[in-house]
Design a protein around this ligand. Sequence first.
Ligand code: UGA
Length: 324
Amino acid sequence: MKAVVTGAAGFIGSHLSERLLADGHDVVGIDCFTDYYRRARKEQNLEVARSHRNFSFEELDLVDADLTAALEGADVVYHLAGQPGVRPSWGHQFDHYVRDNIIATQRLLEHLKESSLKRLVFAGSSSVYGDAEAFPTRESALPRPVSPYGVTKLAAEHLANLYTRNFGIPAVSVRYFTVYGPRQRPDMAFARFMRALADGEPIEIYGDGEQTREFTYVSDAVEGTIKAATSDVVGMVFNLGGGSRVTLNKVLATLEEISKVEVRRQQLPSAPGDPRHTGASINLARERLGWEPRVSLRDGLTKQWGWYQDTRSGMSSSASRPND
Ligand code: UGA
């Protein structure tokens, strides 16, 4: 099978590419290395996949590139490319979110209209729910994003859906809930917390730390994504959540136990665009994908902390630490 992964140099995209290669598929990775964080880190993310003979890589921007050759003969396209990050999506930055989340998705869908694709999996986000009325939140809840980022992810998800209805593109969306693990993006909470711990700096907490997230370990997110490509579920949307909702304060306590480093905190004001809570109902994914998250928060945090330390100690200068 030939799979195309957009955003292959990113956090989840690189893990997904490796898993597909390990499963024996041919993988074409696409990425345009936006400058949201350092290119060197994304090149590191790609190292394992690049060493595989069934992997090829195309540096392409979905908005204006000719994608014909890269998409030729693809059975499945995993569309993970986009502009991530909830809190920076205000002000002038919004243009990047519109371009890389909405326009890029629309261009990709236009390319796929005439193809004989078996499945498109769109990487959606828990941020489409905003401050949900009920927890755990089901896919049928009215989406009401509270960040500009969430608005663009919801728009892209709707685009995928209407290309399914009008042109028969066999699309499925998965809504990831705060994914973590090795290679986590440097702007995300756990990556920032670990860097601060290792540097002996205080950990910056937005708000009182009593906000909850349904943190999802990256291998669980990857597994659910692949199941969305292979199950009979065209046109559907699935929450992929890690299985439990925890407060940031609980995360910090667990991280302190794992790292054996005393956590010092600095409380900052709550960030505009952050929902207070997220929590996934995963019954639909259980029933229709046969998917179940397997990695507990403690185990996942332990793995990410181990990775962080290995990667950090392998670097010679502070300028090339893994979370820069
Ligand atoms: C994450 C990703 O960044 C989004 O791209 C993704 O779409 C989203 O998950 C999702 O679930 O859909 P977020 O939940 O904000 O967004 O993830 P983190 O950056 O890991 O933040 C988690 C929590 O920690 C938030 O409440 C945030 O305010 C808090 N936080 C983050 C801090 O208190 N301090 C920090 O330094 C960073």
